[in-house]
Design a protein around this ligand. Structure first.
Ligand SMILES: [Zn+2]
Ligand SMILES: [Zn+2]
Length: 368
C-alpha cells in the first residue's frame, strides 16, 4: 500500500466554469501494490485529452469517483509477479487498451480492442478485476485502466509500451493517445502517396497530430479546416499549407483526397465528407455523442466513388506504432512538441478542463 496524490472526478456534468464548480478534487489516496501481471508506475507526465473532458462533462458516463487521465508516461517502479520483459526504471508509455492476450481480438492484428479489456475499462476496473485505489477505505475507480492524473498508477502489463529514456516524458505521453489517434489515421488508414492532398477538420491535439504526420510524408499538401481562426495560426506554424474555416472550405471548393475528421461532432463529420474529393476517403477519428446521426448523401458516395471509414485510436497497435512515432520524432520528422501548449501542475486540473472545453489549448501536460 502506498499513499499517492491523485485527481479524483467526484461528479459528472458539473456547471461551468469548472474552476468554480471544481468537480475534480486533488487528494490523497491509497494505492495497492501491483498484483500478478501488474506494474507500479511513477508518473512523470500526463496530458489532458478530450476523452477526459467527456468524462467530466458527462457526455461519457463512467462510474465515479474515478481517478481520470489516460495519456501518460512514467517510469517503472515495481513489477508484479510474472513480468520478465520490463525492468525497474524503464520509461514507459501507458496506453488505454488492456489485453487478455488470448482472445480472438488479441491473437489477431492487434487493432481490435480486447473485449475483456474493454469490459474492465467500462467498469472502471483493472484487467485483474476490481480497483487498486481507495480513499478512507472506499473504492475509487480507474479511468480506462490508466488513472494517470496521479503521482503513481498500478496498471496491467499489457498497457505498457517501453520507450528509450532520452524521449522526454511529455513527448512520450502525447504520443500515447493524440499522436496514435491522429498520426495513426494517416499512417495506418490513409495510404498516402506523393501528390495527394490531405485536409484535417478540427485543429485540436488529434487534428494537429494528423497534420504533422501527413507533413512527415513526402509530397503531401495539407489543409487545416477549423471554425476558430486562432487555430489557423497553430496549423500554419506547424507547417500546414493552408488554413480555412468550414464555410471558406465550401466556398472555395477546397477538397482533400484524404480528409481526417478530428472534431468529434456531427457538424465536423458532415464538413469532412463534403470536403472529400471524388475518389477520396473520409477518415472519422473523432467520437461524437453516441446517439447523434449525420446527414450524408449516399448518391454522392457512389457517383464520386468516395468512401468513409472509421478509425479507433488511429487503427493503431500501440506496441508496434509507438516505437515508429518515437523514431520519427527522434529523426526530427515529427514535431510532437507543436501539440504541447502548456505544462501545468496537477492542482490546475479544473482550470485545464475549462481551457480545453473553450478550445484555448491543444495538449496541456501535467508534469510531476
Ligand atoms: Zn485521449
Ligand atoms: Zn483479449
Amino acid at each position: 500500500m502506498r499513499e499517492i496524490t491523485a485527481a479524483v472526478l467526484e461528479r459528472a456534468a458539473a456547471a461551468r466554469p469548472y474552476s468554480t464548480s471544481r468537480p475534480i478534487s486533488v487528494c490523497q489516496l491509497e494505492l495497492e501494490s501491483p498484483g500478478p501481471g501488474e506494474v507500479l508506475v511513477k508518473i512523470e507526465a500526463a496530458s489532458v485529452c478530450h476523452s477526459d473532458l467527456s468524462t467530466v462533462d458527462g457526455s461519457r458516463i463512467r462510474p465515479l469517483p474515478m481517478v481520470i487521465g489516460h495519456e501518460v508516461a512514467g517510469r517503472v517502479l515495481e513489477l508484479g509477479d510474472g513480468i520478465d520483459d520490463l525492468r525497474v526504471e524503464d520509461r514507459v508509455v501507458i496506453t488505454f487498451m488492456p489485453r487478455c492476450g488470448s482472445c480472438s481480438a488479441c491473437s489477431g492484428t492487434g487493432q481490435e480492442p480486447c473485449a475483456a479489456g474493454k469490459g474492465a475499462n467500462g467498469r472502471g476496473e483493472l484487467m485483474g478485476g476490481g480497483t487498486r485505489l481507495r480513499r478512507a477505505g472506499e473504492p475509487v475507480m480507474h479511468h480506462l485502466g490508466v488513472s494517470g492524473f496521479a503521482t503513481h498508477a498500478v496498471v496491467d502489463r499489457s498497457c505498457l509500451v517501453p520507450v528509450p529514456s532520452d524521449v522526454p516524458a511529455d513527448v512520450a505521453a502525447v504520443i500515447g493517445c493524440a499522436v496514435l489517434t491522429g498520426g495513426g489515421a494517416i499512417l495506418n488508414v490513409a495510404r498516402l502517396v506523393p501528390g495527394m492532398r490531405v485536409a484535417v477538420v478540427g485543429v485540436g491535439g488529434v487534428g494537429l497530430a494528423a497534420i504533422i504526420t501527413a507533413l512527415s510524408q513526402p509530397g503531401i499538401e495539407v489543409a487545416a479546416i477549423d471554425a476558430d481562426r486562432g487555430k489557423h495560426e497553430v496549423a500554419l506554424r506547424a507547417g500546414a499549407n493552408v488554413a480555412v474555416t468550414p464555410s471558406e472550405a465550401i466556398k472555395t471548393g477546397l477538397k482533400g483526397d484524404v480528409v481526417i475528421e478530428a472534431v468529434g461532432t456531427v457538424r465536423g463529420f458532415e464538413t469532412a465528407v463534403a470536403s472529400t474529393a471524388a475518389g477520396g476517403v473520409t477518415v472519422a477519428v473523432g467520437l461524437p455523442e453516441p446517439s447523434q446521426a449525420a446527414q450524408i448523401s449516399p448518391f454522392s458516395l457512389v457517383a464520386d466513388g468516395r468512401s468513409i471509414v472509421g478509425s479507433y485510436l488511429g487503427s493503431s497497435v500501440p506496441a508496434r506504432d509507438i516505437p515508429i512515432f518515437v523514431e520519427m520524432w527522434r529523426e526530427g520528422r515529427l514535431n510532437v512538441e507543436a501539440l504541447i501548449t502548456s505544462r501545468i501542475a496537477l492542482s490546475a486540473i479544473n482550470e485545464a478542463m475549462d481551457d480545453l472545453a473553450d478550445g484555448k489549448a491543444l495538449r496541456q501536460v501535467i508534469m510531476f
